[in-house]
Design a protein around this ligand. Sequence first.
Ligand code: SF4
Ligand code: SF4
Length: 71
Amino acid sequence: MQKKYQVDRGCTFCATCMYECPAEAISMGTGGAVIDTQKCTGCGICYANCASEAISFVEIKSTVEARPSTK
Ligand code: SF4
Ligand code: SF4
């Protein structure tokens, strides 16, 4: 099962999550904090420390990696 954190609406650009992230997976973009899902380890520190509750946690139960070829 894949875990994923994402920043939704409500980010106040406080940058707390960026400094708290041990994986350095968060940067500040024009619309607010951005989480690099390739670097994110899913620790949840950003989620727990965001005072604006702008970060949400999404669990992806199954993903289809590739479609079978129809050739
Ligand atoms: S801690 Fe929350 S409000 Fe602050 S920059 Fe991160 S997502 Fe935005
Ligand atoms: S869940 Fe952890 S590793 Fe991922 S962005 Fe938040 S603080 Fe960084």
